[in-house]
Structures are given as C-alpha cells and as structure tokens.
Design a protein around this ligand. Structure first.
Ligand code: AVI
Length: 322
C-alpha cells in the first residue's frame, strides 16, 4: 500500500465558502432555525469530540468498546473468513483494531473518510498494527455512492462497518437511505455491522449530552466559532448557550443552540434576527430499541441477523444482511 494515494490537503474537504454561506443562510432563514451537524467537525470540533468520548457521562464509546472486548471474536466468527472491511469514517483505533484482530484472513481494509488528515493518520496507525493487511483508503464522502477500490483478491464478503452510533445523527428517512446505499455497496453476500445506541432511562442519556465539565457545550458552540471564522459572521458566543434534551416521543436527543437575548447576527449580506430564548436545531442523536432498529433496517430491505450488547446493555452492535 502506498500512502502517496492522498496528498496532504486541508484537513476538511469543506464545501466552498459560497456554498457554506448559502447553507448557513438557508438554515437561519427557516421559521425553525436549523444548521447541519457536520458543521461541528472542524479541527477543534474533532478534538472536542474526542474529549467528549472521555467524559464520565458519555457512556457510548466505553460501552461499544466493552461490547467488542467481550464479543469481537464471536462477531468475527459470524462474519467469516476472507472479508473485505469497508469502514465508514476514519478508523477508530481501538474499535477497528478489536475487530480486525479477530478477523480470519481479511482481504483488505477500506477506510472511507472525507478529512484527508484523519484518513492518512488512520491508515498509518492501522498499517503499523496490521502490517500484512492490504489498506485501500478511499478519500470520499460516505453519504454519497462510493466507487470501492478493486480488492487485491476476491473477498468472500464485503462488510460495511459503521461503528460509533453515527447512524443516530441521521433522521430516520436519511438513515434508511444510507442503509440502502450500504446494501448496494455490500453486494449480495455482504453484511453491515453498525453501532446503535439503545433507549434507556432519560437521565443517563441526557447526562451524556450535558457533561459536567462542559465539553459538549463547548463542542456545540464551536460551530458558531467556525462559522464566524469561515464566513466572517459576528456570532457573540457569550450570547448563546447549548441545550440538549431527550424527546421521548421521537426517541432522540435534540441539541439546540439557544439565543440568550434578542439579537441580530451578520451572515454575509443577511442579518439573522434571534428572539430571546429562540432555539436553533443543530443535532439529533437517535436512540433505538432492538425492535426500532429492526423496523428501520427492514425499510431498507435488510434483516437483523444478529445483535450484540455490552455487559450493561447500554449499546448495541447490529449485523444486517439482505
Ligand atoms: C458522533 N455522534 C455519534 C455523537 C453522538 O453521540 O450523537 C456526536 C455527539 N454530539 C454530542 N455529543 C456527541
């Protein structure tokens, strides 16, 4: 494998500033203001997300790792030998390693990532840990149809691996579309291994998105810092606050940025007006019961072949097939 495949570029392949301006203006013009959650992940946002994963209240990452600690060997058995592993997002060092360690004669590892620096770092890390495993990094947006690289030998099956509950950041309709796209990419004999956070008592879920150290709040508001920097806007961070609450009917955390006063913000040529207390939606984090997830998978033409839980039954890893 050669690392020449990706030249160092900006960390993020962001949309051009003009598109970004249009996206932000459209979101702020709407009756219920809304900005897309991918805006969180500039360099600082990605660092803050890593810190979130270490907060005592944010159980998701620890639970998924605990699950893999206990079940990775069994999962690998179910996936079988000669698998091509296509991971959506840059490999999370621990989770991907736990899985790869147990796979029998994997054909190749294909991390799919739009941030070139993360992709490069993840491939370097994996190549060090698995020197004999062919790496086929794909610099792409996994929400779009992918052209997978030709594998070095014929895999028995292609597994799309999507750990970390990121599926929960998509609205149900988009999540179904994404699962359908994975289904196309995995082919007839393939499967999808996806992490999904479970429904549980509201206090536990809400605490995970309102950590006491305030890291999640900083992560949320960092979106405004990014917009200020990239679009020359004048959001005053002290005049907004983070709010995450669980909507039990929809089964999801809804994160908003709340305006603390009546104010106007310059966004290109537009002035966005905020009323005191006005909420701007910035993220959903959906939580599923096993039945919810199976129902969603069925809408994408998939069946849950097996599901694993961590010892505290906080988190699940679902194996989906046609
Ligand atoms: C990336 N994603 C799974 C995280 C989540 O739990 O929804 C993002 C996050 N937002 C706030 N905290 C963590």
């Amino acid at each position: 494998m050669s690392l020449q495949a990706f030249e160092p570029r900006d960390d993020d392949r962001r949309p051009p500033a003009s598109d970004l301006l249009e996206i932000v203006q459209r979101g702020l013009r709407a009756k219920l203001k809304q900005l897309p959650s991918w805006l969180f992940y500039d360099e600082r946002g990605s660092q803050l997300f890593e810190q979130i994963c270490e907060q005592p209240e944010y159980y998701l990452t620890r639970a998924e790792i605990a699950l893999l600690d206990v079940h990775a060997a069994e999962i690998a058995d179910v996936l079988g030998p000669d698998v091509r592993l296509v991971e959506y997002g840059s490999g999370n060092a621990i989770k991907t390693r736990l899985l790869l360690e147990h796979l029998s004669s994997p054909v190749s590892y294909v991390p799919v990532e739009i941030a070139s620096a993360s992709l490069k770092a993840s491939v370097e890390r994996m190549a060090e840990q698995f020197p004999r495993l062919p790496m086929q990094p794909l610099y792409a947006d996994f929400t779009r149809p992918l052209r997978l690289p030709i594998p070095p030998r014929a895999p028995r099956r292609t597994i799309v691996y999507f750990p970390g509950s990121t599926i929960g950041n998509f609205e149900q309709r988009e999540a179904i579309q994404l699962l359908r796209k994975m289904r196309d990419e995995m082919g007839m004999a393939g499967g999808i291994l996806v992490g999904a956070d479970l429904k549980k008592d509201v206090a536990t879920i809400e605490a995970a998105y309102n950590d006491r150290a305030g890291v999640t709040a900083e992560f949320t508001l960092n979106m405004l810092t990014r917009i200020n920097r990239e679009l020359g806007c004048n959001f005053n961070l002290a005049a907004f606050r983070h709010r995450s609450h669980y909507n039990p009917l929809a089964g999801r955390i809804e994160t908003h940025i709340i305006s603390l006063c009546e104010q106007k913000v310059r966004v290109g040529r537009m002035q966005a007006s905020f009323a005191e207390g006005e909420a701007m939606l910035v993220e959903y984090s959906c939580k599923y019961s096993p039945a919810d997830f199976a129902g969603m998978a069925a809408k994408a033409g998939l069946e849950v072949a097996q599901v694993w839980f961590d010892p505290e039954v906080l988190f699940s890893v679902q194996y989906l097939v046609r």
